[in-house]
Design a protein around this ligand. Structure first.
Ligand code: NAP
Length: 361
């Protein structure tokens, strides 16, 4: 019998769910044993339920093809088979909140890709290199839920990964005002060009809810636990515009920053290249060796060349230069469905296992 932890994927037939299944193929700690989706897919073999909807570049792993898809809403049925679940279901926010808590209450930890619980005060929202200590709020959440091992943990929105890690690396220079424009890939909406042909040769200057997330979520990640809840930081102001561009994978961010201290270019680049965290120290299986890299070439980072850096788990930065109104400006790039979605959640689960929050049932 395998020593690996048994994992269920809620929403496993969708785009993010497929990414989880691809990333977990041959994972050293976790094994996908259960897949759940809507009642439309329930009862079918996974391969049949997905049909022509497989959106990954790599083939569907053989090990999952014959798994019979379960109904996400049959919580006990799914929960009894697994040690923990990843959540990537697409339902209304209230439904997602309720169903993720229902799984937690069966003593099944939930690591979620969804936004529903990102502002629940005792739910940690974590980028493992930035705020691994926020997992400590789980003890307070468990008291509220009345559980001993069940809880919900989430990862933040995909848009912030292209700049929030960089600003974190520069914390000692005290960034306090940030203007960011994101250029976001269509896979962030769960789409390819095949199912969104209007995006070819096009730009759409609106992504519902994205600007608020881009401005507020970094503050929660930089916050502190006080009285059993996470209190967001208030020392940085971020304003943003989020734009959908004709790119399949990869969110780019163009960023302007004001600092209270006056760093040199060399100091800023050193801080980026030397930034690392708990995942690197613990050598977690999905951790990039170098989390953020600075690229000297004027025409980098480029989506086509750089999005897969560190298997999609690393952040690319370039074009750092002084600005005539702000202090410094730069361009960041990250993989939205790997670091920004399923990969970020897998790294959170690895951190939770290393910290002892996820164990065998
Ligand atoms: N795409 C991204 O990069 C990204 C990034 C961050 C967050 N997200 C969020 O992640 C979630 C999933 O996104 P996605 O792009 O993977 O969506 P998707 O491709 O539409 O997949 C949705 C999944 O949810 C299931 N589902 C839909 N309605 C359901 C219902 N009423 N009851 C139970 N299951 C239901 C679907 O099952 P069936 O196949 O049976 O319909 C499918 O497995 C969304 O909440 C999205 O906002 C996406």
């Amino acid at each position: 019998m395998s020593d690996k932890l048994k994992v269920g994927i809620l929403g496993g037939t969708g785009m993010v769910g497929q990414r989880f299944i691809s990333l977990l193929e041959n994972h050293p700690w976790f094994e996908v044993t259960t897949i759940a989706a809507s009642p439309r897919s329930a009862g079918q073999r996974y391969e049949d339920a997905v049909g022509g909807r497989w959106k990954m570049d790599t083939p569907m792993p053989e090990a999952v093809k014959d798994i019979i898809v379960k109904n996400v809403n049959e919580v006990e049925e799914v929960a009894k088979e697994v040690d923990f679940v990843f959540s990537a279901v697409d339902m209304s926010k209230d439904e997602i909140k309720a169903i993720e808590e229902a799984y937690a209450k069966t003593e099944t930890p939930v690591v979620s890709n969804n936004s529903a619980h990102r502002w629940t005060p005792d739910v940690p929202m974590v980028v493992p290199e930035i705020n691994p200590q926020h997992m400590e709020v789980i003890e307070f959440q468990k008291k509220r839920l009345g559980t001993t091992r069940g809880f919900v943990a989430v990862k933040p929105n995909c848009s912030i990964q292209s700049y929030a890690p960089v600003l974190t690396a520069w914390k000692e220079f005290e960034p306090y005002e940030v203007v960011v424009t994101t250029y976001q890939a269509i896979s962030g909406a769960g789409k390819t060009f095949k199912d969104w042909p209007e995006m070819e040769h096009n730009i759409i200057p609106f992504i519902s809810g994205e600007e608020e997330k881009s401005e507020k979520e970094p503050l929660r990640i930089w916050g502190e636990i006080k009285d059993g809840v996470i209190v967001p930081a208030d020392y940085v102001k971020i304003t943003s515009q989020c734009i959908r561009v004709p790119v399949l994978n990869g969110h780019t961010a163009a960023v302007f920053v004001k600092f209270k201290k006056q760093p040199t270019k060399e100091q800023l680049i050193d801080a980026i290249n030397n930034f690392s965290g708990v995942p690197q120290e613990l050598e977690l299986p999905s951790a990039p060796k170098q989390f953020i890299r600075y690229m000297e070439e004027d025409n980098r980072p480029q989506v086509a060349l750089d999005v897969d850096y560190e298997n999609g788990m690393g952040i690319n930065v370039g074009r750092l230069r002084e600005d005539s109104i702000y202090d410094w400006k730069f361009v960041g790039l990250s993989h939205n469905t790997v670091r920004g979605a399923a990969g970020g959640a897998v790294l959170c689960a690895e951190l939770l296992k290393a910290q002892g929050y996820i164990t065998k049932k």
